[in-house]
Design a protein around this ligand. Structure first.
Ligand code: SF4
Length: 329
């Protein structure tokens, strides 16, 4: 394992949202949207966070970039607590986010040049350097320089997302948080945006936190992945290990539902039942293992005890009673 300080460390993070009722909006309980989540992202890696909608992925992304606060736990950026960094422009420059829907994340009243100039001005770039930097950013995301004068309504979904990526790159961040960056796009456009993200990451030596419900995108794109269910991580490891030897029944179900294009790929899929039913509400998390209401392998302890994370391979961990605590590989 590398001894280098990770770029990002998330430690035992929890986020509670109050549930309010009645005339006086009294707090009658809490939704535990994130529950004791921990992982790190190493320099240069693409870390995938997978799970269905409602699992807490986007809440986690917003906390990492500082759009929301955590209820407890800690986040460090290159070893420093982000609570002390967050007020500084330095931190905001070093961690940027690309949102799911480029249509709503771009201001319709701003031209592309104005959109790309805002972060440059905010971070004190000299006025004379702004126009050349805008041209450079458009080139980086493979859009013609003539797009400077266009407005978002004149662009396709894929072009808007390229502008959103250019805006995130404007201030030379070290970590990009990509929250479902391709889910609003057609499949053919998705592939091109992923190719673009790969090229940019290689050229600029960036790290990505890539969030998606689509495991098929994760397989060739990410270095390591973590799978999230109802606010908790249930499996984490190198992408190849998790895809080739998924340990948690939820991961197995997600992988088995990924569409395949060849018999070879079909042979590699785990022979498991599809996940049944819908993800429960985060306001009503089942006791014990929160996946037990949908798990084909559930047995008695699953309804009572919440399993701990155990090691099942090299840097491969899962949270399931099928793997007792002494199964360390
Ligand atoms: Fe299924 Fe039990 Fe494992 Fe949870 S702990 S994933 S319910 S077998």
């Amino acid at each position: 394992m590398s001894t280098e300080v990770p770029l990002l460390q998330v430690e035992d993070l929890t986020k509670l949202f109050p549930i309010r009722r009645g005339l006086f909006q009294r707090v009658i309980g809490h939704v535990r949207a994130i529950d004791g989540v921990g992982f790190d992202i190493r320099r240069g890696e693409i870390f995938g966070l997978a799970g269905e909608s409602g699992s807490g992925k986007s809440t986690l992304a917003r906390i990492v970039v500082g759009l929301d606060g955590a209820s407890s736990g800690r986040i460090r950026f290159v070893g420093e607590d982000v609570h002390t960094l967050r007020g500084t422009r330095g931190f905001r420059r070093r961690v940027q986010m690309v949102f799911q829907n480029p249509g709503s994340s771009l201001n319709p009243r701003r031209s592309i040049e104005q959109t790309l100039s805002v972060p440059l001005r905010f971070h004190g770039i000299a006025p004379s350097a702004i126009a050349p930097r805008v041209r450079e950013l458009l080139e980086m995301v493979e859009l013609p320089a003539s797009f400077r004068a266009k407005y978002p309504f004149e662009l396709s979904g894929g072009q808007k997302q390229r502008v959103a990526i250019a805006r995130a790159l404007a201030v030379e961040p070290e970590l990009l948080v990509l929250d479902e960056p391709t889910s609003a796009l057609d499949v053919s456009v998705q592939a091109k945006v992923i190719e673009l993200l790969m090229r940019i990451r290689n050229e600029l030596d960036l790290s990505y936190l890539f969030i998606s419900h689509d495991l098929s995108l994760m397989r060739n794109f990410t270095t390591r992945i973590a799978v999230m269910y109802l606010g908790k991580l249930c499996e984490m490891g190198f992408t190849g290990d998790v895809f080739d030897h998924p340990a948690h029944p939820y991961t197995q179900g997600l992988i088995s539902s990924v569409p395949v294009v060849s018999e070879e790929e079909a042979a590699l899929k785990p022979a498991v039942e599809r996940i049944r039913g819908e993800i429960p509400s985060p306001a009503n998390v089942p006791p014990g293992c929160s996946f037990h209401t949908r798990c084909p392998a559930a047995f008695r302890p699953c309804r009572i005890d919440d399993p701990a994370f155990v090691q099942v391979g090299f840097e491969h961990r899962t949270r399931c009673h099928l793997f007792p605590r002494d199964s360390t590989a």
